[in-house]
Design a protein around this ligand. Sequence first.
Ligand code: ATP
Ligand code: MG
Ligand code: FE
Length: 328
Amino acid sequence: MTILGIESSCDETAAAVWADGSILSNIIASQTIHEQFGGVVPELASRAHHKTIWKTVDQALREADISLDQVDSIAVARGPGLIGSLLVGLSFAKGLSISQERPIIGVNHIDAHMYANFIEHEEVYPFLALIVSGGHTRLVQVDELFSHKVLGKTRDDAAGEAFDKIGKLLNLDYPAGPIVDKLSKEGDPAFHDFPRSMINKGLDFSFSGLKTSVLYYTQEKGEEFVQQNLNDICASVSAAITDVLHVKLKRAVKKTGVKNIMVAGGVSANSMLREKVEEMAQKMDLHLMIPSIQYCTDNAAMIAITGALKAREGRYDDLQIKPFARLA
Ligand code: ATP
Ligand code: MG
Ligand code: FE
């Protein structure tokens, strides 16, 4: 079976081909137009998707050495995300579905971040997933394919959003997460003790207090101090965020007794988080799944594999499917 995956939920136009258990191509066109605005501008995002989508899909097919006729079904992200952006990918997929007479499969972008792990890891159940992306932070127990139980979620900002907003306070470019990560490697995580909100209780998360704390800290210390100690401040921020994330995951493991764990979403690319979770998995004798970097942030390979899993279950959609902005 051959699946074409299409992703356009935010500011990445992406296409990938999955065939019989492997990813044959994974093309990502990241939009650069938003950098000057310090965040994604929805209207500009949909226009940019519109401009690049055909080229991106064409390139994915070429690189996979597959013709459109060989595609058995088209998997496409239908949400959550920006409606205008999702509509471009979804409409394009519907067009292909009609012209090629192949079924369409609508894929939940957040599920896809999680199932991206099955590109490189054996499928195992049950597992606990820590999903940490730009817009979401949740702990999910998955007992079998597509049977998800939310154990905890953020009450305000997502982990990636925290990295990005705090990075903005530190005058870093958007998205700041990867830059904070890079600078942290040269810094001291114990330089300043930023708050770890809700770390001692429950499985929910909160990151807005940390953001406020960094704001006050930078105002109090002044710009010069911040620039001189940027690496140390970034490391301290990364330490605060990743401490909370891995402690909550550990608590979920203890609470549920589930031994298979996974980390997913853009923030799973974070080096400090990866180290902490790897150490924890070793100490507690857990089976850890974490995607290689290329499958952490938005990509279409994750859409294609999730489409393949749905196709295996016969879960196809019809042309009436609509995009959705938020998770139910
Ligand atoms: P969602 O998936 O919730 O709809 P999204 O698609 O925008 O949101 P992703 O693509 O999964 O989010 O992840 C992007 C986020 O990951 C950004 O907030 C970015 O800063 C963050 N991120 C990426 N790499 C790193 C890193 N190495 N360290 C920390 N954060 C990172
Ligand atoms: Mg993005
Ligand atoms: Fe995402």
